[in-house]
Every structure is written in structure tokens, then in C-alpha cells.
Unconditional design. Structure first.
Length: 200
């Protein structure tokens, strides 16, 4: 815990809420680009939106190191994750199982996270990208598994070149990171199988 800051609550009903969150996550990753809502009864810690906090509370534990920006790592968000998940917070993006990045920040780049390896491509980093909104940004067209034809997406609050990073990540398949865009209590899944075409 940082200083004398109180640690925010976790799930009030861990079994029910984690099951609901897990179903929303599965839906997000099986239907890339489709918005999913995650209800949260208690406030998220400072520095994490509700969706990002719920994803980590559902999936992270002592065996899944997490990367956070330094300011979050030493603040309320870091204390909250250590307390509720027992997770180690790491400095090196490549050693993280999960990561939360500000979509507008210059780094780290997606390529700095663990893409998995040939024998175990699933042992890659899942990167949660915090957005300002899910509309009003530069438009992209999504295609691939889980998408009938194409799907459009235009989240706001992403750094220049972000979609080029996502496209390069998809080119590494079966390696690469899986992405979850978060905003408030909602999330959008972008697994590494999703192909990205920027709207001209």
C-alpha cells in the first residue's frame, strides 16, 4: 500500500462477478470489435478504469506478473493488485503476463511485450489498452475469425502509429499479443488473429 491510502474493495461476490466478467471477456475475444459491458459494483482504484480492473481481478493471480506504468505501479493501482490478486508487478514489459497501458502514451510499444514462442504461443502478454472513448477516433476496419465480413471501429485516445503496431502484431501470428481495449465499464477484444486496415 502506498502511504496510508486505503485499498479499494475487490469483488463483493467473487464467484458470481468473476463468472460474469469471464463470460464478457470470452465474448469480447470471440467477437473482435464488439463492445461488451462489465458491471462493477465498487469503484476501481485510481489509475484503472472499471473494465481494466475487473479483467485483472478475474484473470490475474500470483503466477501472472503484471506490467503497469511506473506511476500506477507505486500508487493505489499497484497496491490494489498486489492485495487482491497477489500478483507481482514487473518493470520489464517482456516478462508480463498482463499489462495495462495508456493508449495515448508513447510507450511501451506492443512489440516490447512477450509474443509467446513457437512451442507455446499462448504464453504471451495480454495487453489492456485504456482509451478515452470507443468512438470519435481514427477509423479502422477489422476482419478475421469471429467477424462476419468486416467490422468498423474508431476508438479515441490512441497514440499515432498505434494501428500500425496492431497490424504488425497480427502479421506475427501465431505469435503476438492479444489486446483488450478498455473504457469505463466496457471493453473490446482484439485478439492477434484480427486483421486491421486503417480507414483512409
Amino acid at each position: 500500500m502506498a502511504g496510508d491510502t486505503l485499498i479499494a474493495a475487490g469483488f463483493s461476490d467473487p464467484v458470481f462477478q468473476s463468472q460474469n466478467a469471464f463470460r464478457a471477456l470470452l465474448a469480447a475475444l470471440s467477437e473482435p470489435g464488439a463492445r461488451q459491458e462489465i458491471a462493477r459494483e465498487t469503484p476501481a482504484p485510481d489509475g484503472l478504469d472499471g473494465a481494466a480492473a475487473t479483467v485483472l481481478l478475474t484473470l490475474a493471480d500470483y503466477e501472472t506478473p503484471i506490467w503497469l506504468a511506473p506511476a500506477l505501479r507505486i500508487g493505489a493501482a499497484g497496491a490494489w493488485l498486489r492485495f487482491h490478486c497477489g500478483a507481482a508487478l514487473v518493470d520489464d514489459p517482456a516478462s508480463a503476463s498482463f499489462a495495462v497501458i495508456d493508449g495515448s502514451a508513447h510507450g511501451p510499444l506492443l512489440a516490447e511485450f512477450n509474443p509467446g514462442h513457437d512451442q507455446f504461443p499462448d504464453r504471451s502478454t495480454t495487453v489492456i489498452v485504456s482509451c478515452v472513448a470507443f468512438e470519435g477516433g481514427a477509423g479502422v476496419t477489422l476482419s478475421g475469425p469471429g467477424i462476419a465480413g468486416t467490422r468498423s471501429l474508431a476508438p479515441r485516445g490512441l497514440r499515432p502509429g498505434f494501428w500500425a503496431e496492431v497490424a504488425a502484431n497480427a502479421d506475427r501470428y501465431p505469435l503476438g499479443v492479444d489486446l483488450i481495449l478498455s473504457c469505463g465499464e466496457a471493453l473490446i477484444g482484439l485478439p492477434r488473429t484480427t486483421r486491421i486496415a486503417e480507414t483512409v
